[in-house]
Design a protein around this ligand. Structure first.
Ligand SMILES: Nc1nc2c(ncn2[C@@H]2O[C@H](COP(=O)(O)OP(=O)(O)OP(=O)(O)O)[C@@H](O)[C@H]2O)c(=O)[nH]1
Ligand SMILES: [Mg+2]
Length: 359
């Protein structure tokens, strides 16, 4: 799974990226290329399991974060969307608009002044136009092809594209359109930008911390679409804090009045938006957290570990993390019935500890 940091130039994307990836690179060195980093997902439950099993290796679940160079003012003093930018955005499973809400005279703004609502609506409009252009082309082609060929798939696609097109034409992003599983499947190859789950990350000054909730509410109330998750954060100060030891980090965060780190918020929101959850495997060699979609069956989860496990799946031994901690050992879990053998249709729950039996 990959999330993309998207926005105008100098909104704080690379600063946030460095906070997430704990990279030391200097954000003042403006890079022209997109950067990608595999970010470990902190998980206290995995830490606890590692403490108990003392394995040789601990493996966190990961998510890929894509830092996309922001949109700049072009020669005619306007910020223009570019194809390179759109292609970078298309690659992601979910998007975070990183929006400048900090004031700093020494950092120029490509549109002149700081105005989060304008910047958000600008990105939304550009992405809508991009989808609309694609849908228009697709619609035209489909109408011709449907007459010529007997392809059932094309016939099914036509009404879906029509529906999407009118939705975009009414200036609504596709993520607000109700689509069933089959319709989504039909669209999945097209990488439509406004269909991607979206969160808005507002980059505030540290001196905005005391009034951040109020400021955030004000911004959201002026937005056309109010239902996307909104995450206020403080790129500059959080980058400094991310370099500290975890214990010191907690102390300083409390001092500043930052309730949850940008990292935690971004990861939590990504999981929610993408419908993800974790399960664990434990043992002497390694304790590991795995990321799967909610509603995955035991067999599908087994397939994430190894395709052989999917193909040769017999049963899954399952105990939930909470039960394991409560009873203290697998044996006690067996006695109490918390440890079970489940078949391939079992729906895995967040926090399940699983061992796959296969032949
Ligand atoms: N005062 C202040 N400065 C910030 C903050 N966040 C980022 N900056 C500064 O703004 C400048 C741009 O930050 P970057 O993180 O590189 O911005 P970016 O969004 O990656 O920019 P592009 O990659 O060019 O699109 C840097 O000099 C940062 O130090 C902030 O919260 N407060
Ligand atoms: Mg950058």
């Amino acid at each position: 799974m990959q999330i993309g940091l998207v926005g105008l130039q100098f909104s704080g994307k690379t600063t946030l990226f460095n906070t997430l990836s704990k990279k030391e690179s200097d954000p003042s060195l403006q890079k022209e290329e997109a950067a990608i980093e595999v970010v470990k997902i902190p998980d206290e439950r995995l830490d606890k399991l590692t403490e108990i099993f003392q394995p040789k290796k601990k493996v966190n679940a990961t998510i890929e974060v894509f830092d996309i160079p922001g949109l700049k003012m072009s020669d005619d003093n306007k910020v223009r969307i570019t194809n390179a930018f759109l292609n970078n955005v298309r690659n992601n499973d979910a998007l975070f608009y990183v929006i400048r809400a900090f004031k700093d005279e020494s950092v120029p703004h490509p549109m002149g002044g700081v105005d989060p609502v304008r910047d958000i609506e600008f990105l939304e409009t550009e992405f809508l136009l991009s989808d609309l252009a694609f849908l228009e082309n697709r619609l035209e082609k489909l109408k011709k092809d449907v007459q010529k060929s007997k392809d059932e798939k094309l016939k099914k696609e036509l009404p879906v594209i029509e529906k999407c097109y009118s939705h975009c034409e009414a200036e609504r992003p596709l993520r607000t359109l109700e689509l069933d599983e089959n319709e989504l499947k039909l669209l999945s190859g097209y990488q439509l930008l406004t269909l991607k789950p979206l969160a808005i990350a507002l980059n505030f000054d540290e001196n905005a911390i005391p009034k951040v909730e109020e400021e955030t509410k004000k911004i959201v109330s002026s937005l056309k679409e109010k239902n996307n998750p909104v995450i206020p954060f403080f790129a500059k100060i959080e980058l400094e804090l991310s370099k500290l030891e975890p214990e010191d980090q907690k102390v300083f965060m409390a001092d500043y009045g930052i309730k949850e780190s940008a990292l935690a918020k971004i990861l939590r929101t990504s999981y929610e938006m993408l419908g993800l959850q974790s399960f664990f495997t434990v043992g002497e060699d390694e304790c590991r957290a795995w990321t799967i979609k909610k509603n995955y069956t035991a067999q599908q989860a087994a397939g994430v570990i190894h395709t052989d496990f999917y193909n040769r799946f017999i049963r899954a031994e399952v105990v939930h993390y909470d039960d394991f901690i409560k009873y203290g050992s697998f044996n006690k879990c067996k006695e109490s019935g918390a440890w079970r053998l489940e078949g391939k249709e079992y729906i895995v729950k967040d926090g399940d500890i699983i061992s796959i039996r296969h032949n």
